[in-house]
Design a protein around this ligand. Structure first.
Ligand code: SF4
Ligand code: SF3
Length: 550
């Protein structure tokens, strides 16, 4: 059993069904099984926390933080270090014992009663019963909803972690970790109960994104349209990847005046739209494209890379000595920069290494793209937009966004964006935008046709834009000339999708393939209730969207 595993949480899962021998992402069976056991422990912890929450007590914030970080650690492409998992498992046992001592007498599931074994070998043996498929008699739809809830919570934990690092949190979101996880191990819940919990997780996904938006926009101010250079500049450099703006800010401060250029990468691109980050002159642009190209793009580069959140891939030997991780990200053998007791981080090692490597030898010609259309900037044009729609100058809006990934089917999103008629506006967010964000879409009615709303968590911003426009048109979001075309890969996209569904948004196109953890009945429910549409061809989906809007 030791060499087997089961994981189907992301879009690139083997054969579209599940990774069983090793992860397509690079996850070994050992890591996968330790992650299963960690989730099992979190479920046990949550079973003890739930009655406390129901009695109006709030769970110790250190425990909330632990559960949030542990969940985030198991998200796709975040942590591949077995030692880290063993440490988290040991801590989970202490947390469980402290909650067990406070919990009322009652019936608790096996995950609560279980006590962690002492050695890694024993933990791996125990992990068998923690696997998703262990209970073969479990109803397929309950299993499907348990997985959907768990993955939605993982997505929320990524955003929650980011907001908390900036000093922002939300009590309801803190509680949903426990209430949601408990639901995934509670045999008494019916399908209806599970659907209700799934929607509640969606609601909390909206709340956590709102909290993160408040954190980002209060600290770094509202994003505004900014041009970003996407070519390289001469000199030593550090590339910052992932979603965490605070890590970028700390690094910008520590590199000021040192002759080091800072580039954003992947999901960090929207940072260039925030006034309080853009003000640093040595933030010189964005390097490369979406996460799945990193092994090729980082190959042998004469500078350093800092991975702040997902998505990390197995580093090639040609850059393993110059890539660093921080936060919950980790890879066995990759240098990790920890957070210090006062909440700061010391980046001197990566700075010294970047200087030692010397950097790029010459400048490339500048090429610029535009970012920074968060809700504030986009809605400042609401009147013009409404006027242009009424005059017939703008026909339709498409929100094409979500995760990127390696599969060839993802060219759908490039083709779709290219085919969007010239009198339509494209909004985009998350790393899926790299499929088309360097193309020139021109303008319509004086506005850029491609508006970059931000990171995946800025789905909240997109919702604000949609509701703002709906108000201006005196209608609701589902009646707007708007089509949402979502690409998913990891569990933050699951949280984003549940968020949109919990807001009652209908007719979303979802691709490039459907999640393996969605059972046929659950899919049917989503189609019947929310008119979810698996993508077909760009031509057909585009023409359906434009026809329906008439
Ligand atoms: Fe497979 Fe995705 Fe799980 Fe990695 S995260 S093991 S690729 S399903
Ligand atoms: Fe991309 Fe990983 Fe999901 Fe924030 S960086 S969207 S895939």
């Amino acid at each position: 059993m030791e060499n087997s595993m089961f994981c189907y949480q992301c879009e690139q899962t083997a054969g579209g069904k599940g990774c069983t021998k090793s992860g397509v992402c690079g996850k070994t069976p050992e890591i996968a099984n330790l992650q299963d056991l960690l989730i099992y422990q979190l479920k046990g912890i949550s079973s003890y926390a739930k009655p406390l929450i129901e009695r109006g007590k709030s769970v110790d914030k250190e425990i909330v933080k632990f559960v949030e970080n542990a969940l985030f650690t198991t998200l796709t492409n975040v942590n591949f270090d077995a030692e880290v998992h063993v440490r988290l498992l040991k801590k989970s046992q202490k947390v469980k014992e402290s909650l067990r001592a406070q919990a009322p007498e009652g019936q608790y599931p096996d995950a609560a009663a279980y006590n962690l074994s002492d050695t890694r070998e024993m933990m791996l043996k125990d992990s068998v019963k923690a696997g998703i498929m262990y209970d073969q008699n479990l109803d397929a739809d309950i299993r499907s909803l348990r997985s959907t809830i768990l993955y939605g919570l993982k997505g929320i934990s990524a955003y929650g972690h980011q907001a908390r690092f900036l000093g922002y949190s939300n009590e309801q979101v803190d509680n949903i970790y426990f209430l949601g996880l408990e639901a995934t191990t509670n045999d008494n819940l019916t399908l209806e109960d599970m659907i209700r919990m799934t929607m509640r997780v969606g609601d909390m996904a909206v709340q956590v994104m709102k909290t993160l938006d408040e954190a980002n926009t209060s600290i770094y101010k509202d994003p505004s349209p900014h041009k970003v250079n996407v070519n390289i500049k001469k000199g030593p450099f550090i590339i910052v990847s992932g979603h965490d703006l605070k890590d970028l800010e700390m690094l910008l401060k520590q590199t000021e005046g040192k002759g080091i250029n800072i580039y954003t990468h992947g999901e960090m691109l929207p940072a260039n739209g925030y006034p309080e980050l853009k003000k640093y002159k040595h933030l010189v642009g964005n390097f490369g494209s979406a996460w799945q190209n990193q092994q090729k793009e980082f190959d042998g580069i004469p500078g350093c890379i800092l991975m702040t959140t997902n998505c990390m891939m197995r580093p090639r030997e040609t850059y393993k000595d110059r890539i660093f991780s921080t936060g919950v990200v980790g890879w066995d053998g990759v240098k990790h920069i920890p957070v210090l007791k006062d909440g700061t981080k010391d980046f001197s090692e990566i700075i010294d290494k970047a200087l030692e490597l010397g950097g790029f030898k010459k400048d490339e010609d500048e090429k610029q793209i535009l970012v920074g259309f968060g809700h504030h900037a986009a809605l400042s044009h609401a009147e013009d937009i409404v006027g242009a729609v009424k005059k017939g100058e703008i026909r339709h809006f498409f929100l094409i966004g979500g995760c990127d990934g390696a599969r060839p089917g993802r060219s759908y999103y490039t083709d779709f964006a290219k085919m969007v008629p010239k009198d339509c506006i494209i909004l985009t967010l998350a790393c899926g935008k790299y499929r088309f964000n360097k193309l020139d879409f021109g303008t319509v009615s004086g506005l850029p046709r491609l508006l970059d709303v931000g990171q995946c968590n800025d789905a909240y911003s997109a919702v604000r834009i949609a509701t703002g426009l709906a108000d201006a048109f005196e209608t609701d979001v589902n009646s707007l000339p708007l089509t949402i075309v979502l690409s998913w890969y990891e569990q933050k996209a699951v949280a984003d999708l549940l968020a949109l569904l919990s807001l009652g948004i209908k007719g979303i196109y979802l691709g490039p393939s459907l999640p393996a953890f969605i059972s046929p009945n659950v899919l049917q429910y989503l189609v019947d209730t929310f008119d979810i549409r698996p993508i077909s061809t760009p031509e057909d989906d585009l023409s359906t969207s434009l026809k329906q809007a008439k």
